[in-house]
Design a protein around this ligand. Structure first.
Ligand code: ATP
Ligand code: MG
Length: 193
C-alpha cells in the first residue's frame, strides 16, 4: 500500500513568518547555509513519518474535529542542531502550555495506533540548512510572540532539492469552527546551497 509522510505543525501567520525570515537573514552571515522559503516556515509538533494512505485519510478527516489547547510561545533563541547542520529559532525553554499541547496531541494520536518518539520535544523553527558554522550569532533579534490556537496536518513529499509540503487539514481553533484550508505552501528550500 502507498504511504504518505505526515507531520503536525504550528503554522505562523504571514507577518510572523516574515519576522522569522528576518531572523534567518540576520544569522546567515555568521553560520552560512541555505535559507528556507518564508511560506514553508513552521514549528513541528509531531512528526509521524510515513503512514499508510488509508490512515492518512483517516487523520485528515479527524483533524478538524480535534482542538489544540491554545497558547503562546516566545521565540527568543537561536539554536543549532550541529549534526543536521540546522540553525533554528525557538523558545529557550519549552513553555508548559506548548509541552501540554504536544502531549495531548500524542495522546489523541494513540487512538490511531501512533506512539510518540522517546526523544524529548524540542520546539523549533528551522531557518537555515546546511550551515557551515555551528556557532549561532551572538546577538538575537527581539523576541517574537507566537499565539496559536490550531495546528495543521502536513503531507511532505520528497523532491530533488528538498521536500514539498501540502497542508491537508487544520484542527478546530479554540473557541471557533472548523477553518477553511490554507493554500499549499510549496517547497521548503530556496535556491541551492
Ligand atoms: P527533507 O527531509 O526532505 O530535507 P524536511 O526535513 O523539511 O525535508 P520532513 O523530513 O518531511 O521534511 O520533515 C517535516 C518536518 O518534521 C520538519 O520540520 C522536520 O524538521 C521534522 N522532522 C523530521 N524528522 C523528524 C524526527 N525524526 N523527529 C522530529 N521531527 C522531525
Ligand atoms: Mg527531514
Amino acid at each position: 500500500m502507498s504511504s504518505v509522510r505526515l507531520f503536525f505543525a504550528l503554522w505562523p501567520s504571514p507577518s510572523l513568518a516574515a519576522s522569522l525570515a528576518g531572523w534567518a537573514e540576520q544569522a546567515r552571515p555568521t553560520t552560512g547555509g541555505r535559507v528556507m522559503r518564508t511560506e514553508t516556515l513552521h514549528l513541528t509538533l509531531a512528526f509521524l513519518g510515513p503512514v499508510d494512505a488509508q490512515l492518512a485519510d483517516t487523520l485528515a478527516a479527524a483533524t478538524p474535529g480535534h482542538q489544540l489547547p491554545a497558547g503562546e510561545v516566545a521565540l527568543d533563541h537561536y539554536g543549532v542542531f550541529s549534526r543536521q547542520r540546522i540553525l533554528w529559532a525557538g523558545p529557550r525553554q519549552t513553555p508548559a502550555g506548548l509541552q501540554a499541547a504536544h502531549d495531548s496531541l500524542w495522546q489523541w494520536l494513540a487512538d490511531f495506533g501512533l506512539t510518540a518518539p522517546p526523544q524529548p520535544f524540542r520546539p523549533h523553527v528551522t531557518l537555515l540548512r546546511n550551515i557551515e558554522h555551528a556557532q549561532p550569532p551572538d546577538t538575537t533579534p527581539a523576541p517574537l510572540s507566537w499565539r496559536y490556537d490550531r495546528m495543521v496536518l502536513v503531507a511532505s513529499e520528497s523532491l530533488t532539492g528538498g521536500s514539498r509540503y501540502r497542508i491537508v487539514a487544520q484542527s478546530r481553533p479554540a473557541g471557533g469552527v472548523a477553518p477553511a484550508l490554507a493554500q499549499s505552501p510549496g517547497c521548503n528550500d530556496q535556491g541551492s546551497p
